[in-house]
Design a protein around this ligand. Structure first.
Ligand code: 6PG
Ligand code: NI
Length: 195
């Protein structure tokens, strides 16, 4: 971690930051229970533990005032009809936002609030997405051939809360229907008042 100002580069073709501190990899086995098609999940896992997504982070102190930043790369693929996606999370400090700038690929950001409001925004090169405070977020790669690559930035004290998403997923799923991406209801999702 640098003490003073710094700059670095994120460039084609692979968009790996010219400097970073952490390289996080998430494989199929890290997504147990996340995909609706459990049978296909098990079948694919029996064939091998595919790499679904990666995050390159620059380390900063995890305090308010700092901005954590890096690159996330979601690879192409599907489990059942559901596209490869990140686990998704709320920030532990709910009142913290996030910004994503898409560098490559095509995808969706699936979002929702603890009250059950939802939103799905499309991601394509050059698009800027603002995720307001209180919105859980999951990125989904809908392009069958190329990586979805995004730069992200969020407050240093935000933290990650995966637990509530792990139990029932997001309200909406992004699935392939007749060769294109569709947003559908998640049958496992239950409204907050019935949990
Ligand atoms: C964050 C960002 C982002 C995210 C990755 C991987 O708050 O850290 O939203 O960097 O961590 O896209 O997604 P998951 O953390 O949900 O696996
Ligand atoms: Ni986040």
């Amino acid at each position: 971690m640098k003490d003073g100002p710094y700059s670095f580069e994120i460039k084609k073709p692979n968009y790996i930051p010219s400097q970073y501190d952490n390289h996080i990899t998430r494989h199929l086995s890290n997504m147990a229970g996340q995909y609706l098609d459990q049978d296909d999940f098990e079948n694919q896992l029996a064939e091998g533990d595919n790499l679904l997504y990666e995050v390159y982070e620059l380390k900063r102190p995890e305090v308010a005032g700092e901005i954590l930043h890096g690159i996330s790369i979601v690879h192409p693929g599907k489990v059942g009809q559901e596209y490869y996606m990140t686990k998704g999370h709320y920030h532990t400090v709910l009142a913290t936002a996030e910004i994503y700038y898409t560098l490559q690929g095509q995808g969706y950001m699936v979002m929702e609030t603890p009250e059950g409001d939802w939103s799905v925004e499309s991601l394509s090169p050059g698009s800027v997405l603002y995720v307001p405070p209180r919105w859980a977020h999951r990125s989904v790669n809908i392009d069958p051939t190329q990586d979805l690559v995004m730069f992200f930035a969020y407050p240093g004290d935000a933290g990650h809360n995966y637990a509530s998403i792990e139990t029932q997923g997001f309200r909406k799923l992004v699935v392939e229907v007749d060769g294109s991406a569709a947003v559908v209801d998640n049958p496992r999702w239950a409204p907050p008042e019935s949990r």
